[in-house]
Design a protein around this ligand. Structure first.
Ligand code: FES
Ligand SMILES: [Fe+2]
Length: 356
């Protein structure tokens, strides 16, 4: 089998590469944003940040989802500041000087701006964000030239539709947010393999036949699978565990499925945003045990990711070698990231080694 190199340490520490990732990946791809049940009624909204881009998602008075950058066209103040809320009237108003926009994002009011009667209001609409849903999952895309949702997710939705994982039978239960000092890809490197599970996650080791862990890379998503040894808080069926380019993890277990958005805050800081969805039939004890299971695994991963990031920064390590069978998921997603970042030109190599 052919040797595959990891991305070099530079890819985890360099500000320029990080900014390229924001522009070439996070501002161009469909990013998981929220679940429809988080904004069920007209006027409900949520705000969020994706790799530093501030976004609003609103259910407008017709009941349709709209999305905009949360940036006022006057002097860039955020328009809505609560994480979730309901519009007080029909307009989205900026707290700073009171400019207001209708629910289509068009500029509707500019208080005390009479000196400029010819202001080209039509050119001052909110910056639009594309929004699309799949079985309750809301995705946004910041690019006006976004690849159509159906093209981006055609094969993924086929796999999900064919699986036993019926998303509609789960209800939004709770959220969990954790942060750590590591580049977003350090987390994904771990997410995209279970080679580390035997050593880092004793609980996984107990439940699953980890030698048989498999990852199938499909079409900008990966399907993880593994035989189960015993029933446990994670349930009894083998589940559907997905990774979706660029930053969504979505493991579907029996009592619960969760979405995990791996959200970069800075080149060396990442937020992990979990949303849990549970089956109606599950009792609170099972759910609590499941959340504890995820929390424990997350803590174990955060510890190792922070330690790895420190070493990536220190200047000794340049790059490593991936196991073609056990780390094929890492190789696949890294190839997608590299391709996206380098389409604007190759990354300039940092100097070979710091050991001189
Ligand atoms: S920045 Fe929004 S009204 Fe001035
Ligand atoms: Fe892990």
């Amino acid at each position: 089998m052919q040797e595959i190199k990891t991305l070099s340490s530079q890819w985890y520490c360099d500000q320029e590469i990080y900014q390229r990732e924001r522009r070439e990946i996070f501002a161009k791809e469909w990013i998981y944003a929220a679940h429809e049940s988080e904004l069920p009624c007209a006027g409900d909204y949520i705000t969020l940040e994706i790799a530093g881009y501030a976004i609003i998602i609103l259910r407008n008075s017709e009941g349709h989802l709209k999305s905009f950058h949360n940036v006022c066209r006057h002097r860039a103040a955020p328009l809505l500041t609560a994480e979730t809320g309901k519009l007080e009237g029909k307009l989205i108003s900026c707290r700073y000087h009171g400019w207001s926009y209708n629910q289509e994002g068009c500029l509707a009011a500019t208080p005390l701006f009479e000196e400029l009667p010819d202001l080209k209001r039509a050119e001052l609409s909110l910056y639009d964000v594309q929004v699309n849903t799949y079985r309750g999952l809301i995705f946004v895309n910041l690019s006006a030239e976004a690849i159509p949702f159906v093209d981006a997710f055609g094969s993924l939705t086929e796999v999900m539709n064919d699986s036993d994982c019926s998303l509609e039978s789960y209800k939004l239960h709770s959220k969990l947010t954790r942060e750590g000092s590591f580049n977003w890809k350090v987390w994904l490197d771990g997410y995209q393999e279970c080679y580390h599970c035997m050593t880092i996650h004793p609980i996984f080791n107990k439940d699953f036949a980890l030698q048989k862990y498999k990852i199938e890379n499909v079409d900008r998503f990966s399907i993880h699978s593994c035989e189960r040894k015993v029933e446990s808080p994670s349930g009894s069926f083998n589940g559907l565990w997905l990774w979706v380019y660029p930053n969504l993890g979505m493991p579907c277990y029996e009592p619960c499925y969760y979405t995990l958005r791996v959200n970069p805050l800075a080149v060396d800081r990442t937020k992990l945003e979990y949303t849990f969805h549970v089956r109606d039939t599950e009792d609170t004890k099972t759910i609590e045990e499941f959340r504890q299971f995820v929390d424990q695994i997350t803590s174990e991963d955060i510890n190792v990711c922070e330690a790895v990031q420190k070493n990536l920064k220190s200047g000794i390590y340049q790059d490593g070698i991936l196991n073609p069978r056990r780390e094929n998921g890492v190789a696949y997603y890294q190839s997608l990231v590299r391709q996206a970042v380098e389409q604007g030109g190759p990354v300039k190599q940092a100097r070979e080694t710091a050991l001189v």
